[in-house]
Design a protein around this ligand. Structure first.
Ligand code: BGC
Length: 681
């Protein structure tokens, strides 16, 4: 059939070189850049209508469109367009399944394409420095290695669909209190070892096409005008070829137009403040920035426009799709694999329907949906299965669901947070580490009425359990599990799925045990709004290990309905030198009675070091699936980079000669196999 639009686009292709999709991408970029007037360049530097860049009609430059966010595409804030709601990032991280993160990236990018956009404002990869951060649920983990592996997988998945991933928020946006004005005071070693790796990996290994600057200052300078962070580190050292976009109105308190231009901020969103046309023109006239600076910034945006196919025929681009059964099944799979079984005394779980007549399902979060709230990562899915619905459906015709614990064989209490004020929400840190008082009372009262009580926690961050943990036989950490959450929880409780999630963050007993909670100065900051990262590299388990603090549940921890035995550790060599690699292998056997998955974690300890180092650091993990009695051999490769620390004096990564220890385990505190080797330098 004759299609006028298509015919026109063919004519354009013949007109200008940059429109020719057969031409090399960089040539297209340069051709288009040369054709832009100064005024048009200025127009491209800021957003329009919250999610778009401005159209340049003369050259056929369409608006480049970007949407939130980490857990599902949100094209509008009213929910007119429905999209798949995926589990919160902390839940996805708890799967420790790199392949699932990659599949998630592909699926969410297909949804971005389907709504006609070009960039996903995700993943959020700030380190979980404190369980009190309002956005802990949106971030992945406290550990830089796990963070990097998952970030690379997501970005690779997203961009395989020719959709740009925008990794955010660069950097040290680790709390919400005073996020627009505070300064994260952090050492170079800490940045290099803890906060940079996921961003660096996403750039160097996955070629992330965009990065979002943070609201906060880093060592006194706002992220959007931080020349050191953006030009020197990101672009200079890591070779970033994409563009920097500001967090929404993050430029508000920056010094000037030229400081942002010079630092390398391309796009100011959602509206022009520092990149207001008149301000730009004035600053340019007064030679406060050069056209070379400006061109470099613009070139980066144009490059991404070509990468996502903004000028190409729709038919030549990957197809979008949305709300498909496949995406919904993937959302459920992530939720199931991310759920962490924290406690299971006398194997009260999984529940056996044949032995039960009545189950009491109570607690405020049993009947709550979680897709709304939380801020920019809110979603509007076509449906969401609440926990009560998931359980009721599964039990239909088999077990009666009641609400009175004293009349039930088993009680399941749903407690947790709900993305309300002060409870896992963007813009505010949590107001309390504990569960709301009424929930604590409900748990303690219920356990008296029915000792067979299971607590299921829906939250995106660790909560205090100290008042009740010893009294309940089983606890399940279910996070915010996406649109299939209720089904995923039911599948875990009744054993259709064997839990395999492991904590991506340490659960402390009390908040004061947590590294950022030593004083006001470390959180939420001093009277001058400076937040001192005094704990340095000792974030998460690095802190608990070094200071010999017993956590409630350690990093990497999670139970299964089966058992795994670790044996036969082998190191390929006793000594390695230079760039030689060491191969570590271990056998893991499913010594229980159920099919299950295990995450084998490899930590490394530097036995003798000239600087203070953590007692162990994660440097590898593998998730495997085994039938009862089945055995699998896992292997890890270790090189010099896995042994190194960042030396502030020389400004280099250094691996010192000496002995190192390999620790293979089921969590950071459940080390099953140990071996030593020597690095000869
Ligand atoms: C958030 C970003 C988000 C942006 C757009 C900001 O408030 O910090 O993560 O992408 O809004 O919604």
């Amino acid at each position: 059939m004759f299609d006028l639009r298509k015919e026109r686009s063919k004519i354009k292709v013949l007109t200008l070189p940059f429109m020719d999709s057969n031409l090399e991408a960089e040539k297209r970029v340069e051709d288009l850049l040369e054709r832009l007037t100064l005024h048009e360049k200025f127009r491209l530097l800021s957003g329009r209508k919250r999610w778009h860049t401005k159209r340049i009609r003369r050259l056929g430059i369409k608006p480049f469109t970007m949407f939130d966010g980490p857990h599902g595409v949100r094209p509008d804030r009213e929910g007119k367009i429905k999209t798949t709601y995926f589990p919160s990032s902390i839940c996805r991280a708890a799967t420790w399944n790199v392949e699932l993160s990659n599949k998630f990236g592909i699926a969410i990018a297909q949804e971005i394409r389907d709504v006609g956009a070009h960039m996903l404002l995700a993943p959020g990869i700030n380190i979980q420095r404190t369980p009190m951060c309002g956005r802990t649920f949106e971030y992945q983990t406290e550990d830089p290695y796990l963070n990097k592996e998952l970030a690379v997988a997501v970005v690779t998945g997203v961009q395989s669909q020719r959709v740009a991933a925008c990794i955010k928020h660069f950097i040290c946006n680790n709390q919400e209190t005073n996020r627009h004005t505070s300064s994260s005071e952090v050492s170079e070693r800490t940045l290099q070892e803890i906060y940079y790796p996921a961003f660096k990996g996403a750039v160097e290994e996955a070629d992330a096409w965009s990065i979002m600057s943070c609201y906060n200052k880093v060592n006194g300078i706002y992220g959007s005008e931080n020349e050191h962070l953006l030009r020197e580190v990101l672009m200079g050292e890591w070779g970033f070829r994409g563009f920097v976009v500001s967090d929404w109105v993050a430029t508000r308190y920056t010094k000037s137009t030229e400081s942002c231009i010079k630092a390398g901020l391309t796009l100011e969103m959602p509206i022009a403040i520092k990149y207001n046309i008149f301000r730009l023109a004035q600053a340019y006239k007064e030679r406060r920035f050069t056209e070379k600076n400006l061109n470099d910034n613009i070139r980066r945006l144009l490059r991404v426009m070509f990468l996502v196919g903004l000028f190409d025929d729709e038919d030549a681009l990957p197809k979008g799709s949305r709300n498909t059964p496949e995406h919904q099944a993937l959302s459920r799979e992530i939720a199931e694999e991310g759920i962490v079984l924290l406690k299971n005394e006398s194997n009260i779980l999984p529940l056996d329907m044949k032995k039960l007549k009545k189950i009491a399902v109570i607690g405020p979060t049993a009947i709550k949906k979680t897709h709304l709230g939380g801020g920019s990562s809110s979603n509007y899915p076509p449906y969401e299965i609440k926990p009560i619905i998931g359980i009721t459906e599964k039990c239909k015709g088999k077990v009666e669901i009641i609400n009175s614990p004293s009349d039930a064989d088993i009680t399941v209490i749903f407690a947790g947070l709900r993305h309300q004020e002060g409870m896992d929400i963007e813009g505010e840190d949590k107001v309390s580490f504990g569960l709301p008082e009424d929930q604590v009372s409900l748990i303690t009262k219920t356990i008296k009425d029915n000792p067979n009580t299971i607590v299921v926690l829906t939250s995106g961050s660790p909560v205090s359990m100290i008042e009740w943990i010893d009294k309940v036989p089983a606890v399940v950490q279910a996070w915010y599990g996406g649109l299939e959450a209720g089904n995923a929880i039911a599948n875990i409780l009744f054993g259709d799925v064997n839990p395999s999630g492991k904590l991506p963050i340490t659960f402390p007993k009390v908040l004061s045990d947590s590294p950022a909670h030593v004083s006001e100065r470390t959180f939420p900051g001093d009277e001058n709004l400076r937040v001192f990262y005094d704990e340095g590299i000792f974030v998460g388990y690095r802190h608990y290990d070094t200071n010999r603090i017993e956590p409630l549940f350690p990093f990497g921890y999670g139970l299964s309905y089966t058992k795994f035995t670790y044996e036969n550790l082998k190191l390929s060599k006793e000594k390695i030198a230079g760039n030689e690699k060491l191969v570590v292998t271990a056998d893991v056997v499913n010594s229980g009675e159920k099919f299950g998955a295990e995450v084998i974690q490899q930590y490394i300890r530097d036995i003798e070091s000239s600087v203070e180092r953590p007692l162990k650091e994660l440097k590898g993990f593998k998730k495997i699936r085994l039938q009862p009695s089945e055995k699998s051999t896992v292997s890890f490769e270790i090189g010099k980079e896995d042994l190194s620390f960042f030396d502030e004096t020389s400004g280099n990564w250094v691996a010192e000669k000496g002995k190192f220890e390999i620790l293979i385990g089921a969590s950071s505190r459940d080390v099953r196999l140990q071996g030593k080797f020597e690095f000869l330098g």
